[in-house]
Design a protein. Sequence first.
Length: 316
Amino acid sequence: MIRVEHLIFDYPGHRALDDVSFEIAPRTITALVGPNGAGKSTLMRVCSGLERPFAGRVRLQDIDVHESPREAHQRMGYLPDFFGLYDDMTVRQCLEYRAAAQGVSKQNQCDAVDRAADRMQLTDRLNQRAGELSRGLRQRLAIAQATIHNPSFVMLDEPASGLDPEARIGLAGALKTLCAEGMTIIVSSHILAELDDYSTHILMIRDGRIVQHGPLSTLEGRIDDPATISIELAAPDARLAEILAAVPGIVVQQVDDRHATLSTGGGAATRQALLKGLVEAGLPVIDFTAEKLRLQDAYLARMRAADGEPRGGKSG
């Protein structure tokens, strides 16, 4: 979908992007994460064609973004961290204006407005002025404007900034809808718990270089933190502690006759063997839950690991 090749971008006295390369697969939602000043917003601006790199190139499908920016912009949508709306215009007028600006034909503008409003659940607000909308609805309107021309690739910089929990849930649902319709999305955010709800991939950046890139499942597999497992029995059984103590590769954190919490670094094979052993011993297991590694935990663990690597880390 989009291929970034050896990007270098400098501000006076500071290298914001340092030999950045990656490729984003179609129909995915990539979480772009990193500390403040890592280069996330600069990367988005370069990928959108708003900044020209000192070296390297960005290709969207078969288009060089910086050599053919107008053609590229017809296939992409971009929402910066700070965006403006025409507060005196209605939601419908805002969408009609953006549709015209994006080159949507006159005869197709009405359908484009209705489709964008439906995606972002703004249909009942079409006749309301943008200046009267809540922060969450303004954010939805901005995303609707960025996607009204049905782009194949969308970049959103901090779209959940300032939103309340209910609005963030609505945003997550909207992004899933866009992805289901075939759009490829990059979302930059500091709210890692929110990204966990809808992201399929992660792109970690620090000091202008890629630290990690790949599916979330792959990232979790590369983190050495042990999985936490919770076990519950239907009825008390005094053998639970004894059986767990005899299983290699696990560390029992808490156990009584009916419940246990333990950790294991042995992966799926160890968990499978453990569950099989409990069932074969006749224990009435009603719950065996391996806690999913949260994106925030994976991010912190990978950043700590990167502190011990040569500058530049690794990508995958």
